[in-house]
Every structure is written in C-alpha cells, then in structure tokens.
Design a protein around this ligand. Structure first.
Ligand code: MIC
Ligand code: SF4
Length: 754
C-alpha cells in the first residue's frame, strides 16, 4: 500500500525546472493549476501558453485510480492493449457494488457472495498487471486515495468523476472514462483540452454551523451544473488556508457537480497536518523543499482578475449553511430561506432519512462534527424524528471513529452503520417502501441528488447539505428547521436549542486500523490466469467495434430526442444496473431508459419507425440494429452530465447508434463518445433542436470529408418528405478522427501493439 515517495521526489525534481522554464516562456506569474499542468506535459517542456479551452494538449499523469463499477470495463479494455504491466502506479477500489440494507457486517457478506465473480475478476487482473487492489469494505476510492496516494503538485486521473476529491491535497486529479485510463496504464499520453481557469477567493473564516460543504453548495448555486465546464477551479485566500484538508477535499469533490475539469488548493499547513496524520511525513519533507512551486505565485493571488478567466469571491464569515436540491445539486437555498422556499414549492417538509457519507463527506472531521450534534440530542433527551444512516469513508476512518466513541454516539440514536462504501449515494440502498414511489424528503451529505439516484423512487426529494446539517435536520425531522434560530422539543416537552457543531479536524490520538483491506499485486503476474466464464451474466469479454466504412451515414432513424436534463444516470442508470457493468450486452438493456422522450414526455417509450409501435428505448435500438438501420440520438444542454461511466457511450455504440447530436456536452461524456468511435456533435444553431421530428430519417452528406474544425451537414428528412439541413459542430482533432475511423481508440492501441 506504500505510496511511492521516489516517484513523488522525481515529480518535484522535474517540477522546479519545468515551472521555471514555463514562467520564462509565458512571461508572467503562474497559477498553481498552470504549474501542475506545465510540469506534467508529455513532451516535458512548456512550449507555449496554450489556448485555454481550445487546444488539446498531451499530459503525463502520475497515477491512475479505478473503482469497481468502472474498473471492469476499463480492465476488460486494458486486457486488449497487449501490455505486461501497468505503466504508472494504479489502484482498483471495491466500493460501488455493496448494497446498504441491514448494516455493514451482513451487507458486506452479502456483497462478497453476490459479486464474488466480479471481485475475483478485479483482484486477479490487478494481480496480473501490477495493480494495487483495495478489497470490498476497505472504503470509498476517493477517501483512500486522499489517505494514501494523493500528493501536492501531482497529476492523476481516475475512472470516476469524483477523482477530483484529491484536489484537497493540492493535486490536479481528473475524472475520465475507462478508455482514457487505459491509455495511461498502457504508457501513452493523456489528452485534455487546455482548461480555462476559474479563481475562487475565499475571504473570512468558517464558523458556527457553516462548513466547507457550504462553500461548494454556494459555488454550485452561482455557477450552475455547467458553469465550470472546461475549467479548473483554483481556491485561494485566507479562507482557504484556514480550513482543513479534508474540508478542501469536500469542496473539490463536489466541483464535479459544476462540470469543472477539477479543482485544487495550494499547499499549506492543513495539508502538512493531514499528510503527517496519515503517515506521510516524507511527503511533507519533500514538498516543503519545493513549497513555492506547489501554490500559485503571490502576484496571481494579489490580483486574480489579471490571471484567471473568471474570479468569484466568497466571504466565509458571511456564508450561511445551504441546502441544495431537490433533483439537482445546483439549486441552492440558504437555511434561513428554506421555510419560505419549501412552502412555495410544495416540497415535503417531513424528513424521512438523514444519510451521512459518500466520498464527499465521510472524513473523520465530518463524522465528528455530525456526532457532536447527535450527542446533544442524546444528552437533552430528544428523540430523532427521522431515520439515520452513515457510511464511513474508509476502514481507517471507521476503526478510528469506533475507537473514539463516535460510532457509539451515532448508535445511541439508532443509526445504521453501513459498509465503508458508496451505498445509498449510488442507489445501492435497499430502502424499505421505496417501491411505493411515495412523495418524500431525504437529506444527505452526498454530492448528487438526481431523480431516483438514492432509492430509485422518482418522488424522493433529495437535498444535499453538510453532515452537521443532515444531523440537525434528521433529528428535527423537518426540512425547514433552522438550527441557528429554531428550538427543538425534548421528550419532556422542554425547548432545547442546539449549539454549533464541533469536531476535531484529525483524531487527537492519531488514525488507527487493523486491516485496511489492501492487497499488493504479484511481483511477477505473468502466470496469473484471468477467467471469464462464457455463461456469466456479470462479465463479458469485449469484441472490437467495427471500423468506419468510409461512407456517409445514410438512412439513419431517430432513436430518441431527449428532453431536458439527460445525465449519465438517465443514459445508463446505476443502482440495480451496477451489477452488469462488466457485461456490455446486458447493461445495454438500460440504455437511455431514464431519458424523457421530447415527443410524448414519457421515459423509456419511443417510436419504432419500422413497426410504428412504441417500445422501450433499448428494444427499439436493438430492432434497428437487427435490421441494419443506423440510429442517432438527439439531446439538450449539458448532455451526459455527471458520471465518468463510459457505459453511457459504449451502450449506444453497441446498439448501433452512430451519432449523438446535442446542444452541449459534459466534458467526460463527450470524450467517452469519441473514444468509443461515435460521433459526438453539437447543433451549430441551438434552435435546430426544435426542427427534429419523431419520424425523421437522417443522412450525413459530408462525413466523407470529416476534418478538424469543419462542421458537418446533416439532412433530416421528415415524414411528409420535406427536409431540414442542419449544421453540426464538433471538436475532433486529427487523432480523434483516427479513433472514429478505426472504430474506437482501443482498436488503434491494439493495432499498434500487435
Ligand atoms: C457516481 O457518483 O455517479 C459514480 C457512480 O461514482 C460515477 C462512476 C460510475 O458511474 O461508476 C462517477 O461519478 O463517475
Ligand atoms: Fe461513490 Fe457516491 Fe462518491 Fe460516486 S459520488 S464515488 S457513488 S460515494
């Protein structure tokens, strides 16, 4: 499990010379983001000040991390790359496939049985290719990365959108699809559009009920779910240095919810404390030698407007606790306004469940602060009005909070302690009664609250807030309870006012753990056998997608015109479907079943143009595929928002969809489409979305001239014979066009390896 201090020292050694060179070339002071990017250029030298938001640039990441749900596809692809071992340090984490039901012990045993085949597969592939393997129950990928592998100034990628969490330790950590991870694991460069820079200046200091979570809830409210697209967010100022390292992690983590490429903070004392507490004094020593390279230049922070594309300022001393939701993480309501908002919108006031956990908010400090509220309730004889569940972020955190009495405090209130895993955050929650689809409210400390995400019930109104606010709202049982001003009645009918939460940033007695759950790979994995049964319904070896035939796509049918929000949860739902993440054919049966059909406003009901009948989206796609008819998908803004799961791109590819034409894309999803050999296109004129009709037949007229920077013309022939010709923009560069031509990026790697 040991982190690689030699690798880190090497990064730092290269960093000083590269950053100095970059500063000369660019001729101005540098942000932290630029320092990390310039020092991780694939070709080693900063040749130019890259066009922000335009140029694709090749980078050399230091690490890769994968979680079980995405690792299956990533590793199935890696097995085709023809390599003996991974080229950069890589870990796999089993955290998504554990259903929360009765509590950690029995839930973990059930998962180990039900997903044995998948865990065994991941463990043996890891063993074979030199990958560190974190067993089920060891914790959530991003907490484990923060505790063990993240380091200031590093660049890592991970097959999960919340990889960005490691920005809390001064890294640039970026979520990608499995195919991108395969490139880096195979020793190739990794390509990213040079990001725009957003600076967030934090003045003042957090106090009372306000927590780091409120910073990102506020930022999400300001920037919305797409405001960070194509940008890296860099936080600085006295408010930044005065908060804990795991608090910074929370802020960076939820930066995924504004579409940001990633977020980061400059190296400071909070990071030194955290590194030391997690046994990494040697990283502190190495980082201290290059400390000025691990934060933005002082000139930048003194005059941010000159160096960032956009600057936001938030005064933490004035920031109120926020409650964001329902159904989207960017709808922010300050606690003082919740009474009015909830009443005006008809949100159910009664809180049924309070859930604390997820990679966003499951640190020692989070648990300690929430427990301090629970403790007050217990001491004052207040019975909680809602049910309560927690998922500790890692076994190290769980062991330590158990030792320190924090779990015992939660248990006094009847809290269910679920496995150290994602659990309800990703729909792995067997919530009693959810199938009745009753309108209800839950509050949680997670990052996403899209419809159906936690319990599959479209009428569950999920609100995102800090762990301490979750505790307060769950105890009061009311969404509109304001702990700053309101009182609660205890069991004797006396009024009690909760005092502000308190929790140690780090355990005063240090972290402790008996078995962290790590398995090191074999020294020589060449003899390790990987077995995938042909009859398995969980795992399926991949067959390469066919190459482009060099012709225009013609006679295609419209599969669906998706209306409004279409996140990766709408395109490839998680929850019960997570079990098929390693089986492309089976998981394709969830393709776009959550997307709303613009023509009838229904989900999973689209017209099969061959038969005229309405059917489920995957069924219609399979019918077109069987008939040899290509299809296309049309969508709205920020299509593919949310997860990094490449299944959202592989499923359409597998079911014969040739192009996805939308008003705009979320970054990771757009790349995933390109990697899998699909056409990801945007309307040159957004209003053209309205021209597309249900019975359209679609012809590309100049795909044969597909070239960088050149829009494509697409003909939509309507049922009455009339037609509209629409211009579609794309962002494919020459090598990405090569992926399309080859049928997928992996086809190219495999061809080169053979
Ligand atoms: C999520 O939070 O949506 C997930 C599940 O962690 C995903 C990854 C996945 O779909 O497996 C993510 O955020 O990338
Ligand atoms: Fe797991 Fe939820 Fe974090 Fe995704 S957001 S990694 S599902 S805890």
């Amino acid at each position: 499990m040991a982190f690689d201090i030699e690798m880190i020292k090497k990064v730092y050694a290269g960093m000083t010379s590269r950053v100095d060179a970059a500063r000369k070339i660019v001729g101005k002071p540098l942000t932290l983001t630029e320092k990390i990017l310039y020092s991780h250029l694939w070709d080693g030298v900063a040749k130019q000040a890259y066009g922000r938001g335009v140029d694709y640039v090749d980078f050399a990441p230091d690490r890769v991390a994968c979680q079980d749900a995405t690792a299956q596809m990533a590793l199935l692809q890696f097995m085709h790359a023809g390599k003996k071992t991974v080229a950069v340090p890589t870990t796999v984490h089993c955290d998504h496939l554990i259903l929360a039901k009765n509590g950690a012990e029995s839930d973990l045993a059930v998962a180990n049985k039900q997903s044995k085949e998948v865990f065994d597969f991941l463990s043996s592939v890891s063993d074979k290719y030199g990958i560190g393997f974190w067993k089920p129950g060891s914790g959530i990928i991003h907490q484990i990365v923060l505790e063990n592998y993240a380091f200031p100034g590093g660049l890592m990628i991970g097959t999960d959108s919340h990889t960005v969490n490691a920005g809390g330790l001064g890294m640039l950590a970026i979520g990608v699809g499995g195919a991108d991870a395969v490139d880096v694991m195979s020793g190739m460069s990794w390509e990213l559009k040079f990001p725009k820079l957003i600076g967030v200046k934090l003045t003042g200091k957090l106090s009372g009920w306000t927590a780091p979570k409120d910073v990102i809830l506020k930022v999400a409210d300001i920037l919305t779910v797409k405001g960070g697209t194509g940008a890296i967010v860099e936080y600085f100022g006295e408010g930044a240095t005065s908060m804990s390292c795991t608090g910074k992690g929370t802020i960076c983590n939820m930066g995924a919810e504004i579409g940001a490429t990633t977020s980061t903070f400059g190296y400071d004392d909070s990071m030194r404390r955290y590194l030391t507490a997690t046994g990494r004094q040697d990283v502190v020593d190495a980082a201290d030698e290059v400390a000025s390279y691990l934060t933005g230049d002082p000139e930048v922070y003194a005059d941010p407007a000159k160096y960032f594309d956009q600057v936001i300022e938030i005064n933490l001393s004035e920031l109120e606790p926020h409650i964001n939701g329902p159904f989207t993480p960017d709808r922010g309501t300050p606690v003082s306004q919740m009474k009015a908002e909830a009443a005006a919108n008809g949100w159910p006031i009664k809180v049924e469940w309070g859930l604390i956990g997820s990679c966003t908010n499951s640190s020692y400090e989070d648990m300690a602060r929430a427990a301090s509220i629970v403790n007050q309730a217990v001491e004052h004889g207040i019975s909680p009005k809602a049910e309560f569940g927690i998922n500790p972020g890692s076994e190290q955190i769980r062991y330590t909070i158990e030792r320190d009495g924090i779990i015992a405090t939660f248990e006094k209130m009847g809290t269910k302690v679920f496995t150290n895993a994602c659990g309800p955050c990703i729909g792995q929650w067997d919530r009693a009664g959810a199938d009745k689809e009753e309108k209800n409210t839950i509050v949680h400390s997670f990052n996403r609250n899209f419809s159906k995400r936690a319990d599959g019930n479209p009428n569950t109104h999920a609100f995102v807030t800090s762990p301490e606010m979750v505790a307060a709202l769950a105890i009061s049982g009311r969404l509109d309870f304001n702990p700053l001003t309101d009182t609660l009645l205890n069991d004797n009918g006396e009024e009690v006012k909760l005092t502000a939460p308190y929790g140690d940033e780090l355990p005063s007695k240090g972290f402790d753990v008996e078995d962290a759950g790590f398995q090191a790979p074999a020294e020589d994995g060449s003899g390790v056998q990987i077995l995938v049964s042909e009859t398995s319904d969980r795992l399926q070896l991949l067959a390469p997608f066919e190459a482009w035939d060099g012709k225009n796509i013609t006679g295609a049918k419209l599969l669906i015109k998706a209306f409004g929000k279409c996140t990766t949860d709408h395109i490839s739902m998680a929850g019960p479907w997570l079990r098929y993440r390693g089986h492309l054919d089976n998981i394709s049966n969830n393709m776009l079943i959550g997307a709303v059909n613009a023509f009838n406003q229904k989900t999973n009901s689209v017209k099969n143009q061959l038969s005229g009948a309405y059917d489920a989206v995957p069924a219609v796609a399979r019918a077109y595929k069987a008939a040899g008819v290509p299809s296309i998908v049309v969508g709205d803004h920020n299509y593919g928002e949310g997860s990094s799961r490449e299944h959202a791109a592989m499923e359409p590819r597998f079911l014969g969809v040739k192009a996805v034409l939308v008003k705009s894309f979320a970054r990771i999803h757009e790349t995933n489409l390109k990697k899998q050999g699909l056409l990801g296109l945007t309307f040159a004129n957004e209003a053209d979305y309205d021209k597309i009709q249900e019975d359209d037949t679609i012809n590309f007229t100049d795909l044969v001239d597909f070239a960088p920077g050149k829009p494509l013309s697409i003909e939509f022939v309507h049922a009455d014979g009339s037609k509209d010709v629409i211009l579609a923009n794309h962002t494919y560069n020459a090598s990405q066009i090569g992926w399309f031509v080859a049928g997928s990026a992996l086809n190219l790697i495999a061809a080169e390896a053979s």
